[in-house]
Design a protein around this ligand. Structure first.
Ligand code: MLT
Length: 248
């Protein structure tokens, strides 16, 4: 069995995702937001490429059914209900709503993944829930690919650290697991930081930029391991929560 990590979607080949369980990670902050919004009762999170697409898509809903969300340069998009701060996606704000969502890097990563067996959204806040699904996939003979959204097409330390944490956990139980070099490098990063996710964020360029831009509290929310134990599944161009109503 294999677990492979990819830094960004640029180098993805069809074989990197075909018939695999694919986990998409953008811990700061898109994948964390998706997990928290769904855990707080959002009906679905729909990743879209641009703010124009969000506005166009919103016209096919009653306005009371949708929330428009996303960021550019880390800040909320004018006229939208929310930015990309996980603390905005409270139960009061999102329960029963469809969240139409566009971000600089994270949403593009979902849209780039075609042909996977399943696509899940991974982060620290739902780490173990997604790990459970990965372990089940490996037991059933399915390879795993972890795609780090990165930042502006570049390597992002925080995504690699989270990917490496998955690699470490998977290989502990299955030492014969094969992996690519990016998975090995991610594992080393995860080993270096351990549970000190706050330190990992503080030393990452995006974590630093978010703090400078006034979003330091978001880093605290994004670092809460297993605070929102759900499995978000991306299917039919939307992310919904795996649960009794949507079994695998
Ligand atoms: C992204 O998807 O580009 C990030 O979530 C950016 C951000 O932190 O706002």
């Amino acid at each position: 069995m294999r677990v492979d990590v990819y830094f960004g979607v640029q180098g993805l080949q069809p074989a990197s995702v075909q018939s695999r369980l694919v986990a998409v990670i953008d811990v700061l902050r898109a994948s964390t937001v998706a997990a928290i919004a769904l855990a707080n009762g959002a009906r679905a999170v729909v990743p879209l490429e641009s703010s124009d697409e969000v506005i166009t898509r919103s016209k096919s809903f009653d306005r009371s059914e949708v929330k428009l969300a996303g960021e550019r340069r880390m800040n909320p998009i004018p006229g939208f209900d929310f930015g990309n701060s996980p603390r905005e996606f409270t139960r009061e704000a999102v329960e029963g709503k469809t969240v139409l969502f566009t971000t600089t890097n994270g949403t593009g990563a979902f849209l780039a993944v075609q042909g996977a067996r399943d696509v899940v959204v991974a982060s620290y806040v739902n780490f173990t829930a997604v790990l459970t699904m990965m372990r089940a996939a490996v037991r059933a003979g399915t390879d795993v690919s972890i795609i780090c959204a990165g930042r502006e097409k570049e390597f992002a330390l925080e995504d690699a650290g989270c990917a490496g944490r998955y690699v470490r956990q998977l290989t502990t139980r299955t030492p014969e697991m094969e992996m690519n070099d990016a998975a090995r490098a991610s594992e080393l990063i995860a080993k270096r930081y351990g549970d000190r996710v706050d330190q990992l964020f503080a030393e990452s360029a995006h974590g630093h930029a978010l703090s400078e831009a006034g979003y330091a509290e978001d880093l605290v929310t994004c670092a809460q391991i297993d605070s929102h134990p759900i499995i978000p599944i991306y299917q039919d161009r939307q992310i919904t929560k795996l649960g009794p109503e949507r079994e695998r």
